[in-house]
Design a binder for this molecule. Structure first.
Ligand SMILES: CC(C)CCC[C@@H](C)[C@H]1CC[C@H]2[C@@H]3CC=C4C[C@@H](O)CC[C@]4(C)[C@H]3CC[C@]12C
Length: 448
């Protein structure tokens, strides 16, 4: 559980990339996109100047930055507490997307990526090219986390809307439980002009398939920057009775209050002469309560009508979400600070900085299809944009030659995953065949 001990497994740690990104990266997006209105963007070739030096497979590993939260989940005896931490993990997994407006490289068919750290290991493989599907499988002594992502990217005129299609599953081994959810949509704003910024919005429903517990989290669409990035929701038991309320920001922190404390507070509303701080907290709570009234909620609790004018100016403080001292609120997760000069390095987190590092210890045992061996990404990381562009064209051309008129399985793809029905969730899924770590690389086609 020691996440501060960087590089425990990866041998070394770098605090920045070998080269700063070239300025004007956000350059002339419109000239590229003007003919793409409403089109599926995965088929549109874009210049490397819009890229970040990571493959989408590496990007998927960023879900794991706070994976130790799953160990906490596994330690809890109460199913509501386990759900609380699984939900916390699901939110933490999206934190790295904040300010990340570079486009990761589309993985080549059959490309893989592996990563190990502090007790978990993860393998990703590009299992399909059209549509692009990336499968991943992480495991530790306490949990498994796996699934597949098929990002649907659409240009909407002023913004780009991304739907990360696919279901992800957490298994807590000690409890033989499977939890599933889908990630919320992501929107890149200000494509025409202004500063690009990322929003994640929508409802995330996390299901425990063995006992019917559920978490519902609302990622709020921003009506002002003050309101940006807010997340709130609840956890309910198998009788559909809420047990916990969660609130925070996906790029900052997540807090939890018990339902009884929450209700007690909401019903103290008769005290009209509350002081300023009380008033502020009340606004937060009326907002949480508001959620309960939304259509997806099946429970109704008697309450005073909410003064919606008060909701308008509610802002959750950037560093801390203020709540009254008489209410027990627990900090479930706090986001790590971005490293110094992160803005010069594609807004990478410290975790992201490590993903494409070539650790001398694994260099010689890496699978030949590993993203770290992609020359175009390596060039971009080193600041060689024209090299990156030339290599990217070469790799894509090579891929076209390799895949022309053949079925994926004829060229040995997928190699490490198998499509089928997951017995725990009964969903269609890409399941890990489990033998990657034996490092038998026979019959692997050369993709780079
Ligand atoms: C033309 C330029 C501006 C396009 C840049 C598009 C970038 C910002 C898009 C392209 C693909 C997108 C990613 C696709 C899928 C996922 C998985 C999801 O669970 C979290 C968001 C995340 C990680 C998206 C973040 C935003 C993303 C990286």
């Amino acid at each position: 559980m020691n996440m501060t001990n960087e590089g425990l497994d990866c041998g070394f740690h770098r605090s920045r990339l070998p080269s700063e990104m070239n300025q004007g990266q956000e350059g002339n997006i419109m000239s590229i996109l003007k003919n793409c209105l409403g089109k599926e963007l995965s088929k549109v070739t874009m210049p490397v100047t819009l890229n970040e030096p990571l493959s989408f497979l590496q990007r998927i590993c960023e879900y794991m930055e706070y994976a130790e939260i799953l160990n906490q989940a596994s330690n809890e005896e109460d199913p509501a507490d386990r759900m609380k931490f699984v939900a916390t993990f699901a939110v933490s997994a999206l934190a790295s997307n904040w300010e990340r407006v570079g486009k990761p490289f589309n993985p080549l068919l059959g490309e893989t990526y592996e990563f190990q750290r502090n007790g978990f290991k993860i393998v990703c493989e590009q299992v399909s090219h059209h549509p692009p599907i990336s499968a991943f499988h992480a495991e530790s002594p306490h949990y498994k986390f796996y699934g597949s992502i098929n990002p649907k990217i659409k240009f909407m005129g002023k913004s780009i809307e991304i739907q990360p299609k696919g279901v992800v599953t957490v298994e807590l081994l000690r409890w033989k439980e499977a939890y599933t959810w889908s990630n919320v949509n992501c929107c890149v704003h200000n494509i025409v002009m202004g500063k690009l910024w990322i929003e994640q919005h929508g409802t995330m429903e996390i299901k425990n398939h063995s006992n019917g517990y559920r978490a519902v989290l609302e990622f709020k669409e921003a009506s002002s920057t003050k309101e940006a990035n807010q997340v709130y929701g609840f956890i309910e038991n198998n009788q559909k009775i809420p047990v916990y309320r969660l609130y925070g920001k996906w790029n900052k922190l997540l807090r939890c209050v018990s339902e009884s404390d929450f209700q007690r507070y909401v019903h103290q509303k008769s005290d009209k002469k509350a002081d300023a701080s009380n008033d502020r907290s009340r606004k937060i709570f009326s907002k949480l309560n508001n959620l309960k009234m939304s259509s997806f909620l099946s429970v109704s609790i008697q309450e005073d009508p909410i003064d919606t004018t008060q909701l308008e100016d509610l802002s959750i403080n950037d560093d801390e979400v203020q709540i009254p001292s008489e209410i027990q609120s627990v900090l479930l997760w706090k986001c790590n600070e971005r490293p110094e000069n992160s803005d010069k390095y594609y807004h990478f987190t410290d975790f992201a900085m490590q993903l494409n590092a070539m650790d001398p210890e694994i260099k010689d045992v890496l699978c030949p299809t590993d993203s770290r061996l992609r020359p175009d990404i390596r060039c971009l990381e080193e600041g060689d944009n024209s090299g990156a562009s030339a290599q990217k064209n070469r790799l894509e051309e090579k891929q076209r030659n390799r895949t022309r008129n053949v079925k994926h399985n004829e060229i040995g793809v997928p190699r490490w995953f198998k499509h089928g029905i997951n017995p725990l969730t009964k969903y269609e899924d890409w399941m890990f065949t489990g033998n990657y770590w034996e490092r038998n690389y026979s019959n692997i086609s050369e993709i780079f």
